[in-house]
Design a binder for this molecule. Structure first.
Ligand code: AIR
Ligand code: ASP
Length: 283
């Protein structure tokens, strides 16, 4: 594996050339960053947990007909995904006030929102991912109106599904961030799919009874041990045994590797579907 070509080195993941054409490997690093990478740490085991959690959530979303880039887990830190053209827009869905919404509008953290809110940010580190509107997205052709409509409708469906899933295991889904990408088939059909990852790095998840924060806010605001929070989430999801797989920075690698197999069995037999029928875009 050492001679693989890295295509992109991100803050929390490295993207390597895939095992077959049209695929790439997502390698989940232990690096944690916040505030546009001004704060950085390496937290042993974070990558393993995010890989597991994201593989599981993507698989569950596929099972209810939401197309994702996920193909299969490779090992405890890596997963095979489709190579997509990433749309440079971060979609944030919020159910409860927190984070930048609370700050920007002066709304108390934890206040339920009258209805869920969708926001867009331009994916650009140099600019600090500025907030944008639908007009910016269409005007600058980051996505056309058909794609945007699909992105919004998929985002609401993801929110409904994930909110239910987490409610069922005693967690509150406060907000989360999604990314989407495009894929064309040989006939010029466009497939829009969920990309990146869905993990406690990009979801706020609170304990439903205590409102304890279990996600990356622990790292952002020094609220406690990040691994403990992520393992609590993974345990409640039934992905790791009680007591966890990481103790004091040491990972039980054998156990971690065997767990990846479960997801692959679930993921078998899926076929991509074209969800948008329209003339190919010029690009
Ligand atoms: N997010 C946004 N950019 C990067 C990430 N990870 C996620 C956060 C949070 C949601 O989007 O993890 O779940 C809203 O973030 P914020 O900072 O705008 O309140
Ligand atoms: N990971 C991003 C950063 O490094 C944003 C965040 O999650 O806070 O800034």
């Amino acid at each position: 594996m050492a001679r693989r070509r890295a295509l992109y080195d991100g803050k929390a993941k490295t993207i390597y050339e895939g095992l077959e054409p049209g695929t790439v490997i997502q390698y989940f690093k232990d690096d944690a960053t916040a505030f546009n990478a001004q704060k950085h740490a390496v937290i042993s085991g974070k990558g393993v947990l995010n890989n597991r959690i994201s593989a599981h959530l993507m698989t569950r979303l596929e099972m209810v007909g939401i197309p994702t880039h996920f193909l299969r887990s490779i090992n405890m830190r890596e997963q095979l995904v489709r190579q997509l053209e990433i749309i440079p827009v971060e979609v944030v869905v919020r159910n409860v006030a927190a984070g930048s919404l609370s700050k920007r509008l002066g709304i108390k953290e934890g206040a339920p929102l009258p209805m869920p809110i969708i926001e867009y940010y331009y994916k650009n580190d140099a600019l600090g991912d500025p907030m944008i509107s639908e007009s910016h997205i269409v005007s600058f052709d980051w996505a056309d109106p058909y794609e945007l409509e699909e992105i919004v409708s998929l985002s609401w469906r993801v929110n409904d599904f994930l909110s239910g899933l987490f409610t069922g295991i005693g967690l509150r889904l406060i907000d989360f961030k999604l990314e989407f990408g495009r894929l064309w088939d040989d006939d010029g059909n466009l497939y829009l799919m969920l990309a990146d990852e869905i993990s406690p790095d990009n979801c706020r998840l609170w304990d439903a009874t205590t409102d304890e924060k279990l996600d990356k806010d622990r790292f952002r605001h020094d609220l406690g041990d990040l691994i403990e929070g992520y393992q609590t989430i993974a345990e409640k999801m039934g992905l790791i045994p009680k007591g966890g797989i990481i103790q004091g920075g040491n990972i039980d690698e054998q156990l971690a590797a065997s767990l990846a197999e479960i997801e692959n069995e679930m993921a078998q037999g899926r076929r991509p579907r074209s969800i948008l029928k329209m003339p190919p875009r010029k690009h």
